[in-house]
Design a protein around this ligand. Structure first.
Ligand code: UPG
Ligand code: MN
Length: 735
C-alpha cells in the first residue's frame, strides 16, 4: 500500500510531567493545611468569634481545594494537535466532500445588529468548499422583518462577494473584516466595497427606524419582497407569538453567482412562537434548525455558529474534515470544537473576556482525555450524535428526520417546505424526545456545556482543533455590566446542571470516569468560587479592623504553608496562561476578573439560582449586547473599566474594595507604629492584594467624571455598607 501523507498529528505537552509531580506535592500541602484547620478548631474554645472566623476559613479552604482538585483533570495529559488540510484531497476527492449544514442563531435585531449576522453568514457561505454542499440556516428568534430584509440583501450581495473571494484567494471572507483591514482598494474591490456600504446603510437605516422602508422594497424584485415581508405585518404578529416563517433566499439548484457558479443554500427560519409554549431559548432554536435542515438537506455534518462569530479562515471545514474523515484517532468522534477567539479585545483584556482558561487551556487538557466540552459555537458535529449514543440509536418520531436519510429534492420543493414548516411548529416537540434524549438538551441556560456533557456521557468523543490562524473570531462584551451579566447567566446555567439528576459528580463520574467527570464538575461548580473569594475578601479585613489575628503569624511555619499554596497555585495558573499564547498583562486581568466575578456575578448567580429554585421568577436568557457606542468603545480601548449603570452587582464589588482599602491603610499605619511585622501582617497583605487589584475601581469612584464612572449612588451605598458590616462584625467578633 502506498503511504499517504498524514492528515493530522498529535503530541503530548512536556508540561504534563511537571503538572503531575506538582499535583502530588500540592496535595500534600492541602492535607497539611486541613490538619492545621482541624487543630485550630479543636484548640479554639468554642466562642462565638472563633465560630464565625474559623469555620468560614475552613469552608473557604475546602472549596478552594476542591476546585483545585477539579483543575488537575486538565493538567494530567494536555495534548497539542496539528492538521494538514493540504493533504485532504489525497484521501477524499473534492466532489466526495460531505455536505455541511451551517446553523447561525440570532435573537434580537436591536441587540444583535442584522448587518453583523449577515457578515457571519457571508463569511461561511464563502468557504472554500463545493457550494452545492453548503447550506446556511439562519435562525431568527427575534422574528424580525429587519433580519429577513438584511438576508434578502445578503443573498444578492453574496452573488458578487463569493466569486470575488474565490477569484482573489481572499483569506478574510467576512466582508466587514476584509474592508476594515484592506483600506487601499482598487478596481473591482472598490466597487464591491461601495455595494457593501450601500447594503449596510440600508440595513442599518431600517434598524434605526424599526421597519423596512418602502423604497427598499420596491426595487427590482419588489413584489416578491413585499409578499415575504408582509408576513410580519399581521396585527397579531409579535416576536413571542407568530407562525413559522421559512424562506429560501438562495438555493444551489437555481441560483448562480455572477461567474455562473452555484450559490450555496441560504435559508431563513423563524420558528413558530406562542406565549403558551416554552421555547427553550437557543437550544430550542437549534433543535428547530436540526429538524428544518433535516427536511431540506440533512447534511451529515453540522456547524453551529453564534451570530457574533464570523469565519476567519476559508479552509476551516477542510480542517474539521481531517478528523471527521479519519476515524482512527477517535472512533466515536461526535464533534470537532474550534476555540472561541475574539477580535477587538483591548490590550490588557480588562474584563478577562478571552476566558482563556475555559476556551483554550482546559480544552487542551480535556483533549488528552475524551475531548473538550462544546462551547455553543465554532463546532462541527456529526449529525448522528443528536440521535442517541454511538451504539444506542434513538429513532426520531418521523422517519423523515433520520440522520442517514438522503434528501433528493431541491430545498424549495413544495412538499419539503411544507414538512419544514410542520417541524418548525411550536408544539411539534410535545411528547417527543427532543431536548431530553435527542438534539440539543434543555434544562440549562448553558445549553452548550450541558449538551456536550450529555453527549460525552453517552459515549461520544470530541477533538479540539486550534489552528494558528484563528478559525473564527467573535465579539466580546465591552462593558463590565455586560461581562458580568453574561457570566451570571452561565453560572445559573451551571448550577442547573450541578443540582440535576445528571450532576457531573455523580452521573458524570459514573459514565465517563473520574477525570472527565472532574473536568465537567469544574464548570458545574464554577459559581461556588464565589464562596471562598467572598470570605477572603471580607473576613481578614474585618478581623483586621477589629484587631483580631485570624491567620498564621509571620514566624510560624504555617505562614510558609500559606505562602507556598498561594504562590504555587498562582504561578502555575500564570504559567498555563502565558504558555497558551498569553501575556502577563492579560493574565493579571484574568485573575482580577476571577476575583471580581467571585464577589459579584457568581455570588448573584447563586442567589438567583436559589430564588429560581424556590419559585421566585427571575429573568431568563439575557442576551449579551453586541451594540456599542463610540464613547464607550473609546474608553474600552483605553482600558478603562465601564461601570455607568447602577447595578446591585457593583455594590458588593465596591463594598469589598472600599473595605480592603480601609483595612490596608489602618493595618499599615498600625504596623509602622509598632515597628514590627506583627500578628496582623498576613491580613494586611491580603487586604493589600485586594487594593492592588482594585486600583482601577478607586479611580472609577473618585477620579473620573465620564459616563462610565462608578455611579455616585453605588459608591455611597457601598461606603455605608462597609460601615454597617463593620458595626455588626465588631459587635459579634468582640463578644
Ligand atoms: O432565545 C435565544 C437566546 C439566544 N440565542 C442565540 O444564542 C447565541 C448566544 O447568545 P449570546 O447572548 O451571544 O450569549 P454569550 O454568552 O455570548 O454566548 C455564550 O454562551 C452561550 C450559553 O449561554 C452559548 O450558547 C454561546 O455559544 C456562547 O458563545 C446568540 O447567537 C443568540 O442569538 C437564540 O438563538 N435564542
Ligand atoms: Mn456571544
Amino acid at each position: 500500500m502506498e503511504s499517504r501523507p498524514p492528515l493530522h498529528d498529535v503530541w503530548p505537552l512536556r508540561r504534563r510531567h511537571f503538572n503531575r509531580l506538582f499535583a502530588v506535592v500540592y496535595s500534600l500541602a492541602i492535607l497539611t493545611l486541613f490538619y492545621h484547620h482541624v487543630l485550630k478548631l479543636l484548640q479554639s474554645n468554642s466562642t462565638l468569634s472563633s465560630f464565625f472566623i474559623n469555620i468560614p476559613l475552613f469552608v473557604a479552604d475546602i472549596i478552594l481545594s476542591y476546585m483545585w482538585s477539579t483543575l488537575q483533570a486538565y493538567r494530567m495529559n494536555p495534548l497539542n494537535r496539528k492538521v494538514f488540510p493540504e493533504n485532504l484531497e489525497k484521501y477524499l476527492a473534492r466532489e466526495d466532500f460531505p455536505a455541511i449544514d451551517i446553523f447561525i442563531c440570532t435573537a434580537d435585531p436591536f441587540k444583535e445588529p442584522p448587518i453583523n449576522v449577515v457578515n457571519t453568514a457571508l463569511s461561511v457561505m464563502a468557504y472554500d468548499y463545493p457550494s452545492q454542499k453548503l447550506s446556511v440556516y439562519v435562525s431568527d428568534d427575534g422574528g424580525s422583518e429587519l433580519t429577513m430584509f438584511a438576508f434578502m440583501e445578503a443573498a444578492k450581495f453574496g452573488k458578487i462577494w463569493l466569486p470575488f473571494c474565490r477569484e482573489n484567494n481572499i483569506m478574510d471572507r467576512c466582508p466587514d473584516a476584509y474592508f476594515k483591514t484592506n483600506c487601499v482598494l482598487g478596481g473591482d474591490a472598490l466597487e464591491i466595497k461601495m455595494m457593501y456600504e450601500s447594503m449596510k446603510m440600508k440595513v442599518e437605516k431600517s434598524v434605526e427606524v424599526g421597519k423596512v422602508s418602502d423604497d427598499y422594497i420596491s426595487t427590482s424584485s419588489g413584489e416578491n419582497r413585499r409578499h415575504v415581508l408582509s408576513k410580519y405585518w399581521g396585527k397579531d404578529f409579535t416576536r413571542q407569538n407568530h407562525p413559522p416563517i421559512i424562506q429560501v433566499l438562495s438555493s444551489c439548484n437555481k441560483d448562480v453567482d455572477i461567474s455562473n457558479e452555484a450559490m450555496p443554500n441560504l435559508v431563513y427560519v423563524s420558528r413558530e412562537k406562542s406565549k403558551a409554549t416554552p421555547h427553550n431559548f437557543k437550544a430550542g432554536a437549534l433543535n428547530t434548525l436540526l429538524r428544518v435542515s433535516a427536511s431540506m438537506t440533512n447534511a451529515p455534518i453540522i456547524l453551529t455558529l453564534d451570530c457574533d462569530m464570523y469565519s476567519n479562515d476559508p479552509f476551516t471545514p477542510q480542517r474539521a474534515l481531517c478528523y471527521i474523515s479519519d476515524k482512527s484517532t477517535r472512533p466515536n468522534l461526535g464533534y470537532v470544537q474550534f476555540p472561541q477567539l475574539y477580535h477587538g479585545l483591548n490590550k490588557a483584556d480588562i474584563y478577562g473576556c478571552d476566558y482563556k482558561r475555559s476556551f483554550q487551556v482546559n480544552p487542551v487538557g480535556m483533549d488528552g482525555l475524551a475531548g473538550p466540552c462544546y462551547f455553543g459555537t465554532c463546532c462541527f458535529f456529526n449529525r448522528r450524535v443528536f440521535f442517541g449514543g454511538p451504539s444506542s440509536y434513538v429513532q426520531p418520531e418521523i422517519p423523515e428526520l433520520s440522520p442517514d436519510l438522503i434528501v433528493d429534492k431541491p430545498v424549495n420543493d413544495r412538499e419539503i417546505l411544507s414538512l419544514a414548516h410542520h417541524v418548525a411548529g411550536c408544539s411539534y416537540e410535545y411528547k417527543t424526545n427532543w431536548g431530553s434524549r435527542m438534539g440539543f438538551r434543555y434544562g440549562s441556560l448553558v445549553e452548550d456545556y450541558y449538551t456536550g456533557y450529555r453527549l460525552q456521557c453517552e459515549g461520544w468523543q470530541s477533538i479540539f482543533c486550534d489552528p494558528t490562524r484563528p478559525a473564527f473570531l467573535g465579539d466580546v462584551p465591552i462593558s463590565l455590566i455586560d461581562a458580568l451579566s453574561q457570566n451570571r447567566r452561565w453560572c445559573v446555567g451551571f448550577l442547573e446542571v450541578t443540582f440535576s439528576k445528571y450532576s457531573p459528580v455523580t452521573f458524570g463520574i459514573r459514565s465517563m470516569g473520574i477525570l472527565m467527570g472532574q473536568s465537567y464538575a469544574h464548570y458545574a461548580f464554577w459559581p461556588i468560587w464565589s464562596i471562598p473569594i467572598t470570605i477572603y475578601a471580607f473576613l481578614p479585613s474585618l478581623a483586621l479592623l477589629n484587631g483580631i489575628p485570624i491567620l498564621p503569624k509571620v514566624h510560624e511555619p504555617w505562614f510558609f504553608l500559606y505562602v507556598f499554596m498561594f504562590l504555587g497555585a498562582y504561578a502555575q495558573d500564570c504559567l498555563d496562561f502565558i504558555l497558551t499564547k498569553g501575556t502577563f498583562r492579560r493574565w493579571w486581568s484574568d485573575q482580577r476578573m476571577w476575583l471580581v466575578r467571585g464577589v459579584s456575578s457568581q455570588l448573584f448567580a447563586v442567589v438567583e439560582y436559589i430564588s429560581r429554585y424556590i419559585g421566585v421568577d427571575t429573568h431568563g436568557y439575557n442576551l449579551t449586547s453586541k451594540v456599542t457606542d463610540n464613547e464607550q468603545s473609546k474608553r474600552y480601548e483605553e482600558g478603562k473599566f465601564e461601570f455607568g449603570v447602577p447595578s446591585p452587582m457593583f455594590v458588593s464589588l465596591a463594598t469589598a474594595t472600599i473595605l480592603n482599602l480601609i483595612a490596608f491603610l489602618i493595618g499599615t499605619v498600625h504596623m509602622f507604629r509598632e515597628r514590627s511585622l506583627n500578628n496582623l501582617f498576613f491580613q494586611v497583605l491580603i487586604a493589600g492584594f485586594g487594593v492592588l487589584n482594585s486600583l482601577p475601581f478607586y479611580e472609577a469612584m473618585v477620579m473620573r467624571s465620564d459616563s462610565g464612572k462608578m455611579p455616585t449612588k453605588i459608591t455611597i451605598i457601598s461606603t455605608l455598607s462597609v460601615v454597617g458590616i463593620y458595626g455588626v462584625t465588631s459587635f459579634v467578633l468582640r463578644t
